[in-house]
Design a protein around this ligand. Sequence first.
Ligand SMILES: *[C@@H]1O[C@H](CO)[C@@H](O)[C@H](O)[C@H]1NC(C)=O
Ligand SMILES: *[C@@H]1O[C@H](CO)[C@@H](O)[C@H](O)[C@H]1NC(C)=O
Ligand SMILES: *[C@@H]1O[C@H](CO)[C@@H](O)[C@H](O)[C@H]1NC(C)=O
Length: 487
Amino acid sequence: MAQTHFTAAAFLVLVLISSSVLMAESGIGVNWGTLSLHKLSPSTVVDLFKQNKIEKVKLFDADPYCLNALRGSGIQVMVGIPNEMLSVFSSSTDACDLWVSQNLSRYMGKGGVDIRYVAVGNEPFLTSYSGQFQSYVVPALLNLQQSLAKANVANFVKLVVPCNADAYESSLPSQGAFRSELTQIMTQIVSFLNTNGSPFVVNIYPFLSLYGNSDFPQDYAFFGGTNHAVTDGANVYYNAFDGNFDTLVAALNKLGYGQMPIVIGEVGWPTDGAISANLTAAKAFNQGLINHVLSNKGTPLRPGVPPMDIYLFSLLDEEAKSILPGTFERHWGIFSFDGQAKYPLNLGLGNGLLKNARDVEYLPSRWCVANPSRDLSGVANHMKIACSNADCTTLNYGGSCNEIGAKGNISYAFNSYYQVKKQNSQSCDFDGLGIVTFLDPSVGDCRFLVGITDSSSSNVEASGGQLYYESSCCLYVLHSPLFFFCF
Ligand SMILES: *[C@@H]1O[C@H](CO)[C@@H](O)[C@H](O)[C@H]1NC(C)=O
Ligand SMILES: *[C@@H]1O[C@H](CO)[C@@H](O)[C@H](O)[C@H]1NC(C)=O
Ligand SMILES: *[C@@H]1O[C@H](CO)[C@@H](O)[C@H](O)[C@H]1NC(C)=O
């Protein structure tokens, strides 16, 4: 009996000590991707951060326009190294030195950019990459760490490796383990992270579980309680996020790092282009997530210890993203492309609801639509060209413009193209099938956009109109009996 009391008391003390060490309110940040067809100027975006008291921002590369705009802002930044660069960094210390000097140290120092993290690759172990980047990650980490030390920035900047949740798997959280072919690499990575005091960064997407799996219990994707709680021994899970998080905790624990801090590199909900991608669901998920994380409840395996930081995916819609992952992929923003809040959201940063971008300059209020007096039977090819250069994914099933009819579809495609082309008069020709109108053709929730007068949006056109693929998200969704991982 006394023995039991002693143990319980000792345990309580241990819990108190460890949670007082670990417990701190989660930071709420955002991902700033730039694969846009209507680019807001970076200074407008930085002003948007300030308006909304957003103090943590994650980039996917080291875009000089973004980084220069962040100078002196006090915003903490994670810059990224794309997967395609890992190979050269794994074999060349010179390349690492050059990257650090050109993309890191020159922005740092007084009045510069407060760069805290470098993401080495982005989901480099994604199953759909078939291991093509796998062997480069650890050597690149080691080389880059040396370059940081040489440049005297190793005390300020930590290297991390954002992983997709498909890096680990299990039918129950407590059984979580990294994929067997990754065991050795993950052991090296977490040991490296631990040595440098770096967190493990993971991207978690309940939306993709729901989207890709008709059996997935809808209420389990959200935070409002569920009729499909998952029982795991003494622990019960009421939402997919916690279940996924604890699967990672268990996987880290198996490698001996069960206490490693965890940062959520990407998490969010899209608003358009597919079933379940809508404003109501996105608001419910993101607000539920923020409230949950800021409640400091933690999870069954980490009670009282929420993620160190979470970075919402994403800041803005990005119409130049590949739709390989799904037709929702261009609509993850909490703000639309022009920096307008899509729905009321309280980021928990003491600032109330989202504030819109200021001083956005729009093109004139005019639109391109199908000419009502013309036979439109030969329009198919024009639509194809319009929609491969502009975004038409809201027309898809479940999208906000899916029900505007055949003619509406044509007008929508014409207008999207016309706006991407900055309302250039030839861009509404379509062999005489298009016509400019000054009456807003928007119908209901289907908004016909007007572009913005940015100067830097020609990036995409400069690459021959090809749409980029930013590997910031899952490609397919795999379902296992109780947990649903994307890769
Ligand atoms: C710096 O980063 C940019 C953007 O990611 C990249 O294009 C460029 O190659 C990098 N510079 C070096 C020296 O690696
Ligand atoms: C939005 O998506 C959620 C989640 O799938 C769904 O329950 C809801 O009915 C959708 N709402 C609308 C208005 O389509
Ligand atoms: C409009 O386009 C979408 C996407 O291609 C399609 O699903 C829908 O059926 C079209 N509507 C009509 C009336 O043709």
